[in-house]
Design a protein around this ligand. Sequence first.
Ligand code: FE2
Length: 172
Amino acid sequence: MNPIHPDLAPLARIAKTFSREFRTTGKVTDLGSVLREAVGEKRGWLRAEHRVGDPERYMRHLVYVDPDDDFVITAITWLPEQQSPVHGHYVWCAYGIAEGELTEEQFRAPGALLEPLGTKVLRAGEIADLDLGGPIYHRVSNRSSRPLVSLHVYGVAADRLTTGINRLYAEA
Ligand SMILES: [Fe+2]
């Protein structure tokens, strides 16, 4: 996966700055414009294999690992009717839609109950709200009849990909 696909290089460069700044000073560098390009006109990184999902669950493809373990870039394939559990994030994360149509529901959990904040449909070329590892929960789903591919940047080391990102919502 390294060297990086040229269409992802600007995203990796800004993600590097983002992770350094956010960790050291708390400054939030704008990732939105390079992420929008990476899921828009510069999605040459998207390969046929990224459209082939796993019938059991949504499937993560690692597309870039930062050499200092500051972040990873992954493509996620969601077949029709697949969805994530309701979760928040331990780390910062940004994502956009490379292909298909994604539904994101947001929630907050001020007490024991989840409170819906709203539902959005995002299409190819669009990006979701940046999450800095805050209190908001979300559930991502593919409610369309076609495969969906989303592109995610997570402020986590690759070896913590499966346990270090999602903070699952557990009903009290
Ligand atoms: Fe998430």
